[in-house]
Design a binder for this molecule. Structure first.
Ligand code: GLC
Length: 413
């Protein structure tokens, strides 16, 4: 089944590899105003922000703190993970001398597949990106956060909105730019969202208000791509075999591992690192996308593994391998963007701005160019109608924007 068909099916009751999750929110108008909190759990990084919206498309970050989620919190008990999130918020209030007793509205970016049932409620379907904390799957994560806030005497904070990072990214960009109708993350994980006409979301109650709604595709789980032996080995050895197949071919968490598997194979076949100590490559996930990016200076790659490649021959080979793996990733991402845009506009007759965030897109040399190249192959001159726009911190700022939208839409009384 192709991507377009999987999207269509995902919007009905039928099950498929694209979940097409309704966000219960449309795009902001740009007129939302006030200061809102954002708590952004993307993976190992946690960000807390206070964002001021000026009501004219301008968003300023008044305060920001970054925390690293320790491995034992990612993989331990769920309550301990949520207590950690609340502790980080406490610290944020303390460090920025903010008043924790006055009422705050918070947008919670939770970058995992969540079956939303309202703008501020939704159950975690399954962990991704290496998280396994117990007792969270199947639970309403907004309520788990609210409970943790209550345990830590932060009850003045109300969880106004829950959103995926893609939805946050789209909302942050479209707050100022109405041509933005798609959000994409290319980082540790990968995913996208877009703007759908509410009446085309068959699985929703047709009486829902609003003409449009943002849909989170969870495209990382798309599973109809042709895989090779390295993709298959990686999947089999992963913590979630059979799931997130496209993510395993595209996102930063996995690209280095694909390279490592190819390197190990080439060493076994006597094509790489002859008579050199290659034991560093025996350990799964020892190669990262940061290492791959170093192949733009060939000798740096092996230097980071303590291997001397003075002759530079192996450097040329590894640079080719990394180019292949990263170019394939970029081309898959761009092809998927093309499919989503064609769903919104089958003739590509108008301008679409795609808001993109994530370290792979931002930092990997040539990634953006490869994506552009693919779009030009697919659409020739019409590709000018697709603008790829980098949005930094979109997932956090966007959560604040969505909290503002949710607060504005909330029934009074
Ligand atoms: C994973 C998550 C998804 C998230 C993406 C990017 O694919 O399942 O919800 O948007 O990573 O962070």
């Amino acid at each position: 089944m192709g991507f377009a068909e999987a999207m269509r099916r995902g919007l009905t009751q039928a099950s498929g590899s694209l979940k097409m999750i309704p966000s219960y929110v449309g795009r902001p108008t740009g007129k939302e105003q006030g200061t809102y909190l954002a708590l952004d759990l993307g993976g190992t990084n946690l960000r807390v922000l206070a964002v001021r919206l000026d009501g004219q498309g301008g968003a300023a970050t008044d305060a920001a703190s970054r925390f690293v989620v320790p491995q034992d919190r990612m993989r331990g008990e769920g309550t301990v993970l949520f207590d950690f999130l609340a502790d980080c918020l406490s610290l944020f209030f303390k460090n920025h001398r903010l008043d924790r007793l006055s009422p705050w509205e918070l947008g919670f970016t939770f970058s995992f597949p969540v079956a939303q049932t309202a703008v501020n409620a939704g159950a975690l379907l399954t962990w991704t990106k290496g998280f396994t904390a117990s007792g969270v799957e199947g639970q309403n994560v907004a309520a788990l956060l609210a409970n943790a806030l209550a345990r830590k005497n932060l009850s003045a904070i109300s969880v106004a909105a829950l959103c995926n990072d893609t939805v946050g990214t789209l909302s942050a960009k479209s707050y100022a730019d109405p041509s933005c109708d798609m959000g994409v993350i290319l980082g540790t994980g990968t995913n996208a969202c877009y703007v759908e006409e509410t009446q085309r979301i068959e699985k929703l109650n047709p009486s829902l208000p609003g003409k449009e709604m943002i849909i989170n595709l969870e495209w990382g789980n798309f599973d109809h791509l042709e895989t090779n032996v390295y993709d298959q080995t990686l999947d089999r050895a992963s913590f979630n075999p059979g799931r997130q197949r496209m993510e395993k071919m595209v996102s930063g968490m996995y690209l280095g591992e694909l390279v490592r598997l190819m390197v190990v194979d080439m060493i076994e076949q006597g094509e790489l690192l002859k008579q050199k100590d290659a034991s560093a490559f025996a350990c799964p996930y020892s190669v990262t996308s940061e290492h791959m990016a170093k192949t733009f200076h060939p000798d740096d790659f092996f230097a980071s593994f303590g291997i001397d490649d003075a002759a530079g021959r192996d450097g040329v080979t590894i640079a080719r391998v990394c180019r292949m793996v990263s170019a394939r990733a970029a081309r898959i991402a761009a092809a998927a963007i093309a499919a989503v845009i064609l769903r919104m506009d089958k003739d590509l007759g108008r301008r679409h701005t795609v808001a993109i965030d994530g370290s792979l897109y931002e930092k990997y040399p040539g990634f953006e160019e490869n994506m552009r190249g693919m779009l030009e192959e697919l659409f020739a001159s019409r590709a000018v109608n697709i603008r790829l726009a980098r949005v930094s911190d979109g997932s956090g700022i966007g959560a604040a924007v969505i909290a503002a939208v949710a607060a504005a839409n909330r029934p009074q009384g």
